[in-house]
Design a protein around this ligand. Structure first.
Ligand SMILES: Nc1nc2c(c(=O)[nH]1)N=C([C@H](O)[C@H](O)COP(=O)(O)OP(=O)(O)OP(=O)(O)O)CN2
Ligand SMILES: [Zn+2]
Length: 119
């Protein structure tokens, strides 16, 4: 069974490698929505796959680095595309959340990327 938990944070960024004149080369901000998915079996005694609170606790130090910050200044996010951000979260979250199965990053209401665990 798959569980998901959504996180929201506000961040500024600028994309350094877009062509000259591209709107994303300018400093701007997003209300990001990031969904963490985990996949596992239901523990029969607890009646859940995992405590949603454990997902929240694992994400807390990462959200603290992202929320109300300039992403380009966060180590590893010098080119803060949605795709790079998804890998950044995955690499830091997976060790404490081994059931991690996917991360979705919604940069805007209409644009998102999904990083899934390889089959
Ligand atoms: N593959 C990617 N493409 C783009 C990224 C990205 O991270 N990965 N990022 C951007 C910009 O950050 C931009 O702020 C968001 O792009 P866009 O969806 O074009 O934003 P709009 O507000 O213009 O969306 P509309 O709903 O179409 O108005 C660009 N590309
Ligand atoms: Zn942007």
């Amino acid at each position: 069974m798959e569980l998901s938990k959504e996180f929201r944070f506000e961040s500024a960024h600028q994309l350094p490698y877009v062509p000259e004149g591209h709107k994303c080369g300018r400093l701007h901000g997003h209300s990001y929505r990031l969904t963490v998915h985990i996949d596992g079996d239901i523990d029969s005694s607890a009646g859940w796959v995992a405590d949603f609170g454990d997902i929240k606790a694992a994400m807390k130090p990462l959200i603290e680095q992202l929320d109300h910050n300039f992403l380009n200044e966060v180590p590893g996010l010098e080119n803060p595309t949605s795709e790079v951000l998804a890998y950044w979260v995955w690499d830091r979250l997976q060790p404490s959340l081994p059931l991690l199965s996917a991360i979705t990053v919604h940069e805007t209401c209409t644009s998102a990327c999904v990083l899934r665990k390889p089959a």
